[in-house]
Design a protein around this ligand. Structure first.
Ligand SMILES: Cc1cc2nc3c(=O)[nH]c(=O)nc-3n(C[C@H](O)[C@H](O)[C@H](O)COP(=O)(O)OP(=O)(O)OC[C@H]3O[C@@H](n4cnc5c(N)ncnc54)[C@H](O)[C@@H]3O)c2cc1C
Length: 413
């Protein structure tokens, strides 16, 4: 192990969308930030294929605009102009469209790979010290107001002494476990298969959610005409679908979804995600804080995971701004107070939806699912419920305006 521990203000563990975004914003405020990722920043084509397309609510888009990242993401985004909800075996359907809500789009779908690329570029410009292929190994005690941390890189170990550790290493966080923070955990009897298809007819910004007795099937519009499929079913059904040839799998999808967009053709690899609920019992420990999936892992039924996580990033970015000690106990307990109600509300709503999925003829919860995407834009809701539920006003938006634009801050090495 190398000799003296390296000092920094914040050591962020995990460069998923949450860790990468937070590290780059904190560096812009003048914090000295180190970011450790067990893989590499750009996961394609050499790393794991990232097949997801994130449905971002209008509130998340506003937040990314305020932080200065939306302009780079916009060319990769497809606006959702209509959400069409149906239930297999019934004629019932419900639609919500942007015009009736007096908005230009109900949300935007951005490929996860595009977010990875844009954030990798932002990190390069922001002065963050990025350690790729570096894994969290050990959490030590607090000494002289710094948390001791050991990281593993290619068999060797490096010691760090940050004022604050940010655990952003995903739902099965080793950092959270090392801090002794317990979680509420429920494995749903379901996995999601995620891949792209190309429909013969233009999607025209329509998103489709079809509820079947096995689970929800969503087709989200993507730029360039393809659609991102999120196909949820019990694990044995997913096993059987993974064992099919590509053409057999698409034929099964077509039979379930129908022909409203004409013939569907496969347009990429299939990835599989186990679905689970995770809620950390606390959001912080001494000089350590949790963000994103480390704090909350959700069923993807309403596409809320990253939307919720972006609000963690907004509040943390606001609370950790200089001057002063970023790991001070009051800042971390302010974060817990600010975030817990929003997290609890979204965890409860998505868990309710996930468990209602097999209720016959119940379109209402599914409409609620689509409606979650709109929560921050629907007029009558906006003034009270949405502003509090989405956690965007007034605290983060006001404080985020104080974050210097990219390139404006010199970060010392
Ligand atoms: C099928 C599916 C569809 C979804 N669709 C949507 C959607 O439409 N809209 C939406 O808002 N959300 C959606 N989500 C949720 C979204 O994927 C998550 O909220 C988001 O990925 C959380 O990002 P994160 O950075 O917290 O965690 P992750 O993306 O899990 O990133 C964690 C990072 O930490 C790294 N890491 C792990 N362990 C270590 C270690 N020991 N040391 C160093 N690094 C480590 C990992 O390599 C990874 O890069 C979906 C999720 C699923 C499963």
């Amino acid at each position: 192990m190398s000799g003296r521990a390296q000092h920094c203000d914040c050591l962020v563990i995990g460069a998923g969308p949450v860790g990468a975004l937070l590290a780059s914003v904190l560096a812009r405020t003048g914090r000295r930030v180190v970011l450790a990722e067990r893989g590499t920043l750009e996961r394609t084509p050499s790393g794991r294929p990232e097949t997801r397309g994130y449905a971002l609510s209008a509130g998340s888009v506003t937040l990314l605009e305020d932080l200065g990242y939306w302009a780079a993401l916009a060319p990769f985004a497809a606006p959702i102009r209509e959400v069409h909800v149906t239930r297999a075996g019934t004629l019932g359907s419900v639609s919500i469209d942007a015009d009736s809500q007096h908005v230009r789009a109900l949300g935007q779908v951005v490929p996860a790979a595009a977010i990875d690329t844009v954030l990798a570029d932002a990190l390069r410009e922001s002065g963050v010290q990025v350690l790729e292929q570096t894994r969290f190994a050990e959490l030590g005690p607090v000494r002289a107001e710094r948390r001791q941390v050991v990281l593993d890189k290619e068999g060797g170990q490096q010691r760090f002494a940050p004022r604050l550790v940010v655990a952003a290493d995903g739902a099965h966080s080793a950092t959270r476990a090392a801090a002794g923070i317990e979680v509420l955990h429920r494995r749903y009897d379901a996995d999601a298969l995620v891949f792209d298809v190309r429909p013969a007819r233009a999607h025209q910004g329509r998103a489709f959610e079809r509820f079947t007795s096995e689970g929800p099937l969503a087709l989200l519009p993507q730029p360039g005409g393809s659609m991102n499929v999120v196909w949820v079913a019990p694990p044995p059904v997913c096993d059987a679908r993974m064992a099919l040839s590509e053409s057999e799998r698409i034929a099964e999808l077509q039979a379930l979804f129908g022909w409203r967009l004409g013939r569907l053709d496969a347009a990429g690899p299939v990835a599989r995600f186990p679905l689970e609920l995770i809620r950390a019992r606390r959001l912080h420990a001494e000089r350590l804080v949790l963000a994103g999936n480390v704090a909350h892992g959700l069923h993807p039924v309403a596409g809320q995971g990253l939307n919720l996580s972006l609000r963690d990033v907004a509040v943390l970015s606001a609370l950790l701004q200089p001057p002063g000690d970023p790991g001070a106990a009051e800042r971390l307990s302010d974060y817990e107070k600010a975030r817990a109600p929003d997290i609890d509300r979204i965890v409860a709503a998505t868990d309710f939806l996930a468990r209602q999925l097999r209720v016959r003829d119940a379109l209402t919860p599914h409409l609620l699912g689509s409606g979650l995407l709109l929560l921050d834009r629907i007029g009558p809701l906006r003034s009270r419920l949405a502003e509090r539920a989405m956690g965007l006003d007034p605290l983060p938006r006001r404080i985020l305006r104080a974050i210097p634009p990219a390139g404006a801050v010199e970060v010392s090495a």
